[in-house]
Design a protein around this ligand. Sequence first.
Ligand code: HSE
Length: 464
Amino acid sequence: MQRPCFRYTKTHFLLFRQKECVLSKQSARCRLKPVKVGICGLGTVGGGTFNVLTRNAQEIARRAGCSIEIKAIASRRPNPACDTSAYTLQTDVIALARDPEIDIIVELIGGYEVAKELVMTAIENGKHVVTANKALIAVHGNEIFAAAAKKNVVVAFEASVAGGIPIIKAIREGLAANRINWLAGIINGTGNFIMTEMREKGRAFADVLAEAQALGYAEADPTFDVEGIDAAHKLTILASIAYGIPLQFSKAYTEGISKITPDDVQYAEELGYRIKHLGISRHTDKGIELRVHPTLIPKSSLLASVNGVMNAVMVSGDAVGQTLYYGPGAGAEPTASAVVSDLIDVARMLDASAECRVPPLAFQSAELSQTPVLSVEDTVSGYYLRLQAVERPGVLAHVTRILGEKGINIEAIVQKETKEAQVPVIMLTQRVAERMMNEAIREIEALPDILGEVIRIRVDHLAD
Ligand code: HSE
């Protein structure tokens, strides 16, 4: 027998809404049960997280709908910035991941091996995870999210990129209507601090790095900061969320700032540019660019004014246009701000089914695309070139001939008057495929009157 067709009326709809309200009040009552977290790692970020969770406990409970309680802390040593006298610090992080009373594991130990074991054990034991570990997410994220989906738990990682700036939430949720065209960011505070101090105060590289380490900004291995590996971890995460592609850290091109000289900084300024260590990702017709390198950007660009340890990310979407997110990218409480907001998100979603949650990489897992990540040779940019030339007639003619033959248009040339036998020549070129520029540089370096290697820094106008 055919069932009678039932038509919903406005009254029915109101009744449903009222029923939903009763249910949500009931679940709010259930949620008065505190959510219990285990903090693993009590270093800079762990200490900040402990202090923010304790100091703002009431505000946090009002937002989450339940209190968020620290059930246990595992750390190799106490943090003098935290009053943890009410706790017995444990040393075995994995034991916390198995503790049946803990709902959420906060992974703040960093690194790959132990952190991965901790996160996978927590997931295996049905716990949600909040982490600030960009290396772990960039390298093992695909595997971690797959395991989390099977166990219907959340892995939240807002603090992994740009510290206190809610950039993951902004791209994943706030810009969800857009096709993202490109993003570019200063996403390593230590590198930006070094570049800023070198430019403003003429300080030595090593001296500035030591200060960043003392302030707690630098990675345990500072080469991660200065060689761009940390920024590449973060860029990998941002690109996946922006375009809905699996995490592919191994395909990111990474170049550090250790070869930038005060002369380059000065020449760039004279030409109207500033050198910033940027992570850039573009969605082009051929594929996705994923690269971290020093970049000349116009002094008038907003990113050029981002100084010291501050981070900033520009995101260009087809509907919204260009947007900019700025703030502290590292440090105890700025990063804790992101960790604790993830904890609140997870606490709010504890009872939600997997379909009701925001997917970790912004797009539904089954909808991730296989758009290729381009090799750096297939990317396109303008170039700043610095070459050391013997001071004699015709040398520049050979250089410009090579560039001309490759179709590379020169925008500016600077050569200062000198009485020396050799002289630096600076050139700015228009946009060209990196493969073509590599060929040109090889030929220029082979000229007998060009001494040593040609220094190249990519130029980006950060325009659509
Ligand atoms: N070493 C990082 C930085 C810390 O300097 O930005 C935050 O990831």
